[in-house]
Design a protein around this ligand. Structure first.
Ligand code: ADP
Ligand code: MG
Length: 659
């Protein structure tokens, strides 16, 4: 086989361009990336040696040797790991296999498009997503990789690139299983030949790497200063130690390690769980609740807990160790009792793993509950970052429902920015309040100003604000708390609802019945003539027009029929299924009989129901109700109508002043 020249895939070329031009304060992370690749390769080798009898190089000591050659200006990172075959080198070093890296690129592009990304920001992003191997080009103008795979019958290879769009791949000379990465350092990156600089970086980023990392320095004259290099890193599994032997700093450092070597400023874990269990299955766990939502929280291939079996990494991202709704938790689980050959396929049926999962779930929920109890500020932060994810659990996890419900928080009308639990809400209910009120919609500040709240607020009752799209899903499976039903203030007839809780519960199943009752039970109202006229004027656009008991200040509002799908739920369903035929059901227009404008309209309708102003005023009342929710169906028409009334008011004022 002779030298082959290859072009990088387009996305690699784009990435390289970015990376090669970045020699800034953070370029040092290249070392962490290369060491972590070497450590991965050693883990894989250890594992491979256990399951593959023909795997070569079983006698090799696992180690990562870093040679700084001051004579040649090269930095060399060498491991005795799995190595790469020709195909693997082409695939792993010529394309971007790692989705985090692709995401990094798209984030950079997005941030650039909006113009809010500095160069430092780009490098921070590199740290966050880990551009991995390619970060070598931040400090090197040429990278040469020698590798020999342990797979039976493999030939050594050598891969070279100057990071300018092409690489070559040809037969190599390496005689032992493993990989050597040679960096021809750029002049500006000569600092990475300094022993103390390297040592500091290893301690900082790679201290817990479980394999020995050693440094060898060759001086300007070519003299080997470390014929017998010493180990630099601690290389011990922090999770297997007793918490009493560890300090805050140890955890902080390990947190960085778990988060991929890099955490954003201000990201300190909100909670930590470190324990060992012996029965029914032995394991160590060291878990963190991150201080910030990881960028991949809603991605399919997000990071997850690392699973070790007897200190051998068996799975980098094991998402079966905790339920989905706790997927923001990061850390390590290590068990003596797991077989080494667990695979993604057998995970589901693995009984030991199921036992670990049960214990972890219980412990994490307990940790969250304690945090909620003891540190409201931290819990508020946690809820902001992960509340939506936790809420998924109420829907999904039958077993832990009670615990999960205890974790739920919302903001409320009365409590401002403070988060309220259901227990707190119920405790603060006035004696005759029977329902837990809520109002749902996309925009919290619009909800706070909604006219629907007026009467409830006047009675001194609080209303939960639900602006998260998952809220109403959660309520569907919750429906009540301590025998208090959840009720939307935009649905049904408020006072009836409050009085007829028991009756309504039975009617819940059948929304048509409920709606019929809603319309049927009609007390006579002094504004009946206006209501009847409005029904004629608005026709199909409303389901009914009635006198409101929920308004005290505003003239009008739109409400949903009791029992049916709420407006917000319909909106969410439409969002989830674009193009679906889910039509917006007509709603009920409520008019406030005590409002001066409604009174005036009512007076006019009694005097002369054919007055031409009446249909316009009724339209205006309808417009105002829609406007208070944020959108008017016919803005231009509405503007004209408002203008006309304003003109009348203005000329009346001028006449009044003149006369
Ligand atoms: P990641 O480590 O996230 O997979 P990298 O860009 O760091 O992404 O590395 C790309 C791939 O190259 C690795 O997944 C691995 O397959 C291969 N690789 C890199 N360094 C080594 C090494 N020292 N030994 C064996 N394979 C390696
Ligand atoms: Mg890597």
């Amino acid at each position: 086989m002779s030298a082959e020249a290859h072009e990088f895939k387009a996305e690699v070329a784009a990435l390289l361009k970015l990376v090669t031009n970045s020699l800034y304060t953070n370029s040092e992370i290249f070392l962490r990336e290369l060491i972590s690749n070497a450590a991965d390769a050693l883990d894989k080798a250890r594992y491979q040696a256990l399951i593959d009898a023909s795997f070569a190089g079983k006698e090799l000591e696992p180690q990562i040797l870093i040679t700084a050659n001051k004579q040649t200006g090269k930095l060399i990172i060498e491991d005795t790991g799995v190595g790469m075959t020709h195909e693997e080198a082409a695939r792993n070093l010529g394309t971007i296999a790692h989705s985090g890296t692709l995401q990094y690129l798209s984030e950079v592009q997005k941030a650039r498009a909006t113009g809010d990304l500095s160069e430092a920001g780009e490098i921070n992003l590199i740290g966050q997503f880990g551009v991995g191997f390619y970060s070598a080009f931040m400090v090197a103008d040429e990278v040469v990789v020698h590798s020999l795979s342990g797979k039976a019958g493999s030939e050594p290879i050598v891969w070279r690139s100057k990071g300018e769009g092409a690489y070559s791949l040809e037969p190599g000379t390496r005689s032992e299983r493993g990989t050597t990465i040679e960096l021809h350092l750029k002049e500006e990156a000569a600092e990475f030949l300094d022993r103390w600089r390297l040592q500091g970086l290893i301690k900082r980023y790679s201290n817990y790497v479980m394999h020995p990392i050693k440094i060898r320095v060759i001086d300007e004259q070519g003299e080997d200063k470390d014929p017998d290099p010493a180990q630099i890193n601690a290389a011990s599994a922090i999770w297997a130690k007793s918490p009493s032997d560890l300090e805050d700093g140890d955890y902080a450092e390990f947190y960085k390690h778990v988060m991929g070597g890099f955490v954003l400023p201000g990201d300190e874990p909100l909670g930590k769980l470190h324990f060992s269990a012996d029965a029914p299955i032995q394991f160590h766990a060291l878990l963190f609740v991150p201080g910030r939502a990881p960028a991949d929280l809603f991605q399919e291939d997000r990071k997850s807990l690392q699973l070790y079996a007897r200190r051998v990494l068996v799975m980098e991202n094991c998402d079966t160790l905790l339920p989905q709704y706790l997927r923001f938790v990061r850390g390590v689980v290590d068990s003596e009792d797991l077989p080494l050959n667990v695979s993604r396929e057998t995970l589901q049926e693995n009984k030991q793993l199921a036992a670990i999962r049960r214990q972890l779930t219980r412990k994490v929920l307990k940790l969250l509950a304690e945090l909620a109890e003891e540190d409201a500020e931290a819990y508020a932060k946690l809820w902001t970052e992960f509340g939506s994810v936790i809420k998924e659990g109420v829907h999904l996890d039958g077993g832990q429902r009670k615990e999960l419900i205890g974790l739920l928080r919302w903001r409320s009308v009365a409590k401002g920015d403070t988060l309220v639990s259901l227990a707190e809400y119920v405790a603060a209910m006035p004696e005759d309040q029977k329902s837990i009120w809520y109002i749902a919609g996309p925009d919290e500040s619009a909800l706070r100003n909604s006219p629907h709240l007026e009467a409830v607020r006047a009675r001194g009752e609080d209303v939960l604000l639900m602006s998260d799209p998952v809220d109403e899903w959660v309520l569907q499976s919750l429906s009540e708390y301590e025998d208090k039903p959840f009720r939307s203030v935009t649905q049904g007839d408020l006072e009836e609802a409050a009085e007829d809780d028991a009756a309504d519960e039975n009617a819940d199943e059948d929304s048509e019945d409920e709606a019929a009752k809603d319309e049927g039970k009609r007390e006579p109202s002094p504004i009946d003539p206006l209501l009847n006229l409005a029904k004629v004027v608005l026709g199909d656009r409303v389901r009914d027009v009635r006198a409101s008991k929920r308004l005290t200040e505003s003239p009008s509002c739109l409400v949903d029929a009791a029992g049916g799908l709420s407006r917000n739920m319909q909106r969410i369903l439409r969002m989830a299924q674009p193009g679906s035929k889910l039509e917006a059901a007509p709603r009920i227009l409520e008019l406030n009989p005590d409002h001066p404008f409604v009174k005036a309209a009512s007076g006019l309708s009694e005097k002369n129901k054919d007055d031409l102003r009446l249909p316009e005023w009724i339209e205006i009342l309808h417009d105002l109700a829609a406007l208070s929710e944020g959108s008017v169906p016919d803005p231009a028409g509405a503007a004209k109508r408002f203008q006309k009334v304003l003109n009348e008011v203005a000329s009346a004022a001028v006449e009044g002043a003149g006369g």
